[in-house]
Design a protein around this ligand. Structure first.
Ligand code: MRU
Length: 375
């Protein structure tokens, strides 16, 4: 408990539900500005997810659950006296409103689900959270008030369980980090991408808390610089030694012998262990294998999609060409240039040394081992 209390101080307020609104730390403005945005509609939240104001597979999942709750909050407010109904910490206000029917609640939930499901296709946590919220609603009693309470409790549970899961990932993975190591990471799989502690970075944070001292190297992660803007920002907050590099310096860094482990997060891991993660991850895995450096993936169980047989079936998001042809309003390529801008790539399971999950570590992942852990 003491341990967790210490950690809570470092938890990043990535996403929350406060006094009837979703609150996010706007990641598009980091590291220059730390702005907490209050989001009052499902449409606004869908837009924030698309713009990567809230991003990272587990954080998108929590945001999606809160989006469904927000649709109910707004339905109730149409009948209420202007006050809020749901707050993660303060609880659930009196929602005995005679005008609200269970049918109306279910129809808002279904609309919200459709809108949120169309935001980003690759991170399976989004669909996992929407399915979990829908299942809770389907199993709930017919009474509208009870249904609303079930929805709120489910959304808060998704958020709170996620943080516990991240602590477990850290505990399960810290044994792979030793004093004096050089550890390379890609994109941001830290507190900003999750409920506040991280997946790949949870392993790093836990090892640091255990007193191990090592160096982290962060790929800048073109085109949107999650590594430079976000990973470096949060590692520095945790007091962890970090060095930033351009993505195209990774091969020379690994070849120089300064990297003892690569650790990344995941957006979707399928039955055979093939893993979708930020574009550039697959290349890193190949380089790591060429230089005999272990390559670890850290992810919660909600990132596994055992309905797909192999990575070839994972839908990969293609993003706007402007992310590549310009930077911060400055054009860096001729107008009209054809662009290839996938947000993710697929790392084949055979390049992964181990997948670190909250349920345990899967060394040399394959379908059989993943099936065992699926329960
Ligand atoms: O496009 P993003 O920034 O949402 O991509 C995020 C990643 O690829 C992360 O590595 C992944 O979601 C894991 S986050 C714990």
């Amino acid at each position: 408990v003491g341990d967790n209390a210490e950690r809570e101080k470092l938890i990043i307020p990535t996403v929350d539900f406060v006094e009837g609104a979703v609150r996010i730390l706007d990641q598009t403005l980091l590291p220059a500005d730390e702005v907490i945005r209050e989001i009052g509609s499902v449409g606004e939240l869908a837009d924030a997810i698309r713009r990567l104001a809230v991003r990272g597979a587990p954080a998108i999942g929590i945001a999606a659950a809160y989006g469904m709750l927000l649709s109910i909050e707004n339905l109730l407010r149409e009948q209420g006296d202007g006050g809020w109904f749901f707050d993660r910490k303060k609880g659930i206000a009196d929602i005995s409103l005679p005008e609200v029917s269970a049918g109306a609640v279910r129809s808002r939930l279904s609309e919200a689900r459709t809108e949120l499901a169309e935001t980003r296709p690759t991170a399976v946590n989004l669909f996992w959270a929407l399915d979990r919220m829908t299942a809770a609603a389907n199993e709930a009693p017919g009474d509208a008030v009870d249904l609303c309470r079930v929805i709120a409790r489910e959304a808060f549970a998704i958020h709170e369980e996620e943080l516990e899961i991240e602590f477990r990932i850290g505990e399960n993975g810290s044994r792979f980090i030793h004093d004096g190591m050089g550890v390379l990471t890609h994109c941001n799989a830290g507190g900003l991408a999750t409920a506040g502690y991280g997946t790949a970075l949870a392993v790093i944070y836990r090892a640091h808390e255990e007193g191990k001292r090592f160096s982290v190297f962060a790929d800048e992660t073109r085109p949107l610089l999650q590594g430079a803007r976000l990973t470096v920002w949060e590692l520095q907050k945790h007091g962890i030694d970090v060095t930033l590099l351009c993505d195209n310096a990774a091969a020379s860094l690994i070849a120089s012998g300064r990297i003892d482990a690569v650790i990344v997060g995941a957006d979707r891991i399928v039955s055979n262990g093939d893993t979708a993660n930020k574009i550039g991850t697959c290349g890193l895995a190949h380089i790591a294998r060429a230089f005999d450096v272990p390559f670890y993936v850290a992810a919660p169980w909600s990132t596994f999609d055992t309905t797909l047989a192999s990575g070839a079936e994972i839908p990969v998001e293609e993003r706007d060409p402007s992310e590549v042809t310009g930077f911060s309003h400055v054009e860096t390529a001729p107008r009209g240039t054809e662009v290839y801008n996938p947000a993710f790539d697929i790392t084949p399971a055979e390049l992964i040394t181990a997948i670190i999950t909250d349920r345990g570590v899967i060394e040399q992942p394959n379908s059989r081992k993943i099936k065992v852990l699926s329960g």
